[in-house]
Design a protein around this ligand. Structure first.
Ligand code: MRU
Length: 369
């Protein structure tokens, strides 16, 4: 991801990387972007748990990768214990990480893989090495899958595609680079296609207006921020040719959990005959859960709805939380919703686009004969 930001060295930053010298992870802190570009260092298991919970990092694939490295840090912290204590500490670490955010399945899938990497017959030092290798492998797999999702999804852009709508942030920030929903957009742009990306704000945390818009601006891709309420208006007018969103969890039957508001967009797309695509890596598929109703939807704080993070002008680098509602009115803040499989035109994966019937195509993707 190309990051051009005042007061930082312009250059290429992935959203997360391993610092081999200090044996820690570094991530782009997404809490105050685009007003403030800061690098957050996670040196311990607790700092990783904090980073996921407080959304220093966010987006399903990145949450999963961060958690994998959280296990490496936990292992390093227990290096000088007996093998028995080491294994017990890592079980505890896994449980702490599992409780950070409930909806994105990449977290659960990756922690399961990390757990399986631990072998009681190895020394702690060997186990740490293996855990680190595994976390790096997961990171590399996400990177190459996202790149491929870009190539596969770019085929959806024809000469007639003048506009595409994406939602929340399923970009490089939400993965490690490229993104899922943003990868085809990036790739189509790179191939010379010209179109406008509609970017709904994505209340309450404004991942669209803050993060997706920031990524697109950094890449010089034409985009327009719209309010979430304007989505129906533009779909009805026939202004939007294509919709591509990310996913936090895809169940066996093809139902998709994604940022709250995604379901509404899918219904509007159905009504107005606009193709609605989901882009996701394999780590976002949940083969243990049959259908969307079984997914736990994260409820976040009232504070996120009652306030917004803002600055007074583009020169101001000290974002503040400001009250925007009647102060003592209660509110509700579900972070995700579920889009039923039947509303989805296709799922863009690194192995191709899965089209209806999704249940059958998902089964085939994981069990090719
Ligand atoms: O609450 P967030 O910001 O973690 O939610 C992110 C989303 O809903 C994304 O669309 C999803 O994780 C896919 S990211 C490639």
């Amino acid at each position: 991801m190309k990051v051009q930001q005042k007061n930082t060295k312009a250059g290429d930053y992935p959203s997360l990387w391993w610092d081999e010298e200090r044996k820690i992870i570094k991530v782009i802190d997404q809490r105050r972007l685009p007003f403030l570009f800061e690098i957050f260092e996670a040196r311990t298991l607790n700092e990783v748990a904090f980073a996921i919970k407080e959304m220093v990092v966010r987006g399903a694939p990145l949450i999963g990768i961060t958690a994998a490295f959280g296990m490496v840090l936990a292992a390093q912290q227990s290096a000088n214990t007996s093998r028995e204590v080491f294994v017990k500490k890592l079980k505890e670490a896994k449980n702490i990480l599992l409780k950070t955010r409930p909806t994105a399945v990449d977290l659960f899938n990756n922690l399961e893989i990390m757990q399986k990497t631990i072998d009681v017959n190895r020394t702690n030092r060997e186990n740490i090495q293996q855990l680190k290798l595994q976390a790096k492998k997961l990171l590399e797999a996400t990177l190459s899958e996202c790149k491929k999702i870009g190539e596969v999804g770019a085929e959806l852009f024809t000469l007639k595609t003048k506009s595409v709508l994406t939602y929340c942030n399923a970009g490089a920030l939400a993965t490690v680079d490229y993104g899922t929903a943003l990868a085809p957009i990036r790739e189509a742009h790179k191939r010379g296609k010209r179109f406008t990306v509609f970017v709904p704000e994505t209340r309450p945390r404004l991942q669209g207006g803050r993060l997706t818009a920031w990524e697109l601006a950094n890449e010089g891709i034409d985009h327009l921020i719209i309010t979430d309420n304007a989505i129906g208006h533009y779909l009805k007018k026939g202004v939007i040719d294509l919709v591509i969103v990310g996913a936090d969890r895809i169940t066996v039957n093809g139902d998709v959990a994604n940022k709250i508001g995604t379901y509404t967009i899918s219904v509007l797309c159905k009504e107005h005959h606009v193709p609605f695509f989901v882009a996701a890596p394999l780590s976002t598929f949940d083969l243990q859960t049959k259908k969307g109703e079984e997914i736990i939807i994260e409820e976040r704080s009232e504070e996120e709805v009652r306030t917004v993070l803002c600055v007074e002008s583009s020169k101001d680098q000290k974002p503040k939380r400001r009250l925007i509602h009647n102060p003592n009115s209660p509110n509700k803040n579900p972070a995700f919703d579920v889009t039923p499989a039947e509303n989805i035109t296709g799922i863009i994966t690194a192995k191709g686009i899965l089209r209806q019937p999704l249940k059958k195509k998902i089964a085939k993707l994981f069990n090719p004969q």
